[in-house]
Design a protein around this ligand. Structure first.
Ligand SMILES: [Cu+2]
Length: 263
């Protein structure tokens, strides 16, 4: 017969294992440099999820190894196992605990997303055009200035990227900003980013879009506002008429209408 389970010891072992695993996993810099206001919030969220996952993993491992050890067959014991017919308390526990963890994760993620996508007072709008296998950019407020392969944005100002895919689905990703957003033909998707670190980064397509996908990159320059203005004023090209037509035809989608104050 099953004796009393050493609940206190199992809990202590679970917590010890959680702390040990979390200490290692959280100390690793998974996402690299942080260069937007969203980055530290997303990294904190990741760390919290790592601790919660470590807890679930530890709990399962401790119970598994305890069961393997405590209920192993004695030498020479050829009898059948006990006919066990469920355990209501245990089943309630293993339903309620994960539900609480998942709901907490959902609520926390929701609040982080709401926070980082909150539209600012005076954002800069940049049109992003993606096609196999290149990126180009338009600055609608600056006489439709246009550039290919190189994106400039001012530091410490919210940028709302309006994305237009011209052929297949692509995805916009600057790892140091953390934000990732699909570009979908026929609709305008919006990514909201406030870069807060001057520097040069890479825009990477992160949706397999064809043969040249791996090479579909662009240079991203985050610079002081005065330098940015100088650069954008010096651009000779205008957004091509066909691209302007694409903007007109695309249906506006997420995340929120500009200036609507968040979801
Ligand atoms: Cu791609």
């Amino acid at each position: 017969m099953m004796g009393r389970l050493p609940i206190a010891k199992m809990l202590a072992a679970t917590i010890a294992l959680t702390v040990a695993i979390s200490a290692v996993m959280v100390s690793i810099n998974w996402d690299g440099q942080e260069a937007s206001t969203a980055a530290p919030k997303i990294d904190d969220l990741l760390n919290v999820m790592i601790v919660l996952s470590s807890f679930v993993f530890s709990l399962v491992m401790v119970m598994l190894f305890y069961a393997l050890y405590a209920f192993r067959a004695k030498p020479g014991d050829e009898s059948d196992g006990e006919p066990i017919h469920g355990n209501t308390r245990l089943e309630v526990a293993w339903t309620v605990i994960p539900t609480i963890i998942v709901l907490f994760g959902a609520g926390y993620s929701w609040s982080v997303l709401n926070d980082i996508e909150e539209p600012a007072e005076n954002p800069l709008t940049v049109d992003v055009f993606s096609q196999q296998y290149a990126w180009s950019f338009g600055y609608p407020g600056k006489d439709n200035a246009y550039t290919e392969g190189e994106l400039h944005v001012p530091v410490d100002r919210q940028v709302q990227f309006k994305m237009h895919a011209l052929d297949v689905i692509h995805s916009f990703w600057v790892p140091e900003w953390r934000i990732k957003k699909d570009n979908v033909p026929g609709i305008t998707t919006t990514a909201i980013v406030t870069p807060d670190e001057v520097g040069t980064y890479q825009l990477i397509c992160t949706e397999l879009c064809g043969f040249g996908h791996a090479a579909m990159r662009a240079t991203v320059v985050v610079e002081p506002p005065a330098k940015f203005r100088e650069w954008v004023t010096g651009l000779g090209e205008k957004i091509p008429p066909a691209y302007l037509e694409t903007i007109r035809q695309d249906t506006e989608t997420n995340p929120v209408p500009v200036g609507a104050g968040g979801a």
